[in-house]
Design a protein around this ligand. Structure first.
Ligand SMILES: [Zn+2]
Length: 216
């Protein structure tokens, strides 16, 4: 009988080992993956001229949409000319950013505040797009044959890449005013705005640092 005890003990301990008990050390917890924050492309230099035509976003409302406009302003080239209009309280309009033909950026409303750029509008099943969007105006006549300049594309691409990364805005929520407005009269940006060039330019800046959500 005594001679069987060690064998029984060995069999038992082997069984326990196989079942994950006893002698087998507890498995180490899987280490959490190291997440490297994605770098945010730098914001282009802006001149800040604050518009009174703004108010607060609804409490807790995140920014998750970017609206591209043009200014429908024949003969105007500078962002500051448009800013003058936004600085007039009687105009009752504004946008967060204006990009002039020379690429200069004037910011009229801080990102955190609600600019008055989209008017009656909807995106999917959400209305009042001003509540959750940033508005960017490109100085342009909106005739369809007034070119958007290389400087405007370069600055717009840099600005949108920065904002998309900062606020985690997916491509499907970077839209034209005409895509979200309730007003048939709003048709900006003009048809000669080159969306493909814009998308490719922003993608080139974001590179592998940002999850690309394809746009239909
Ligand atoms: Zn517009």
């Amino acid at each position: 009988m005594a001679s069987f005890l060690p064998i029984a003990a060995m069999l038992l301990s082997g069984t326990l080992y196989a079942m994950g008990w006893g002698l087998k050390p507890a498995p180490l917890p899987t280490p959490a993956p190291v997440v490297t924050p994605r770098p945010i492309p730098p914001k282009p230099q802006v001149t800040f001229l604050e518009s009174p035509n703004q108010d607060l976003r609804p409490a807790g409302m995140p920014i998750d949409c970017i609206v591209i406009h043009d200014t429908e302003s024949p003969g105007v080239r500078s962002a500051r000319r448009i800013a003058n209009h936004f600085l007039n309280p009687k105009s009752q309009v504004s946008a967060h950013y204006i990009i002039g033909k020379d690429g200069e950026v004037v910011q009229c409303v801080q990102d955190e505040a609600r600019a008055w750029h989209a008017g009656p509008s909807r995106l999917g099943d959400r209305v009042k797009v001003n509540d959750f969007s940033l508005g960017i105006e490109l100085v342009n006549a909106q005739t369809g044959n007034d070119p958007f300049t290389d400087a405007q594309y370069d600055t717009l691409n840099q600005l949108v890449a920065h904002l998309m990364a900062k606020y985690q805005v997916p491509w499907e929520r970077v839209v034209g005013h005409k895509d979200i407005t309730d007003r048939a009269s709003k048709r900006d940006p003009a048809p000669n705005f080159d969306w493909k060039r814009f998308f490719a330019g922003v993608d080139g800046i974001l590179g592998e640092t940002y999850a690309r959500i394809p746009r239909p």
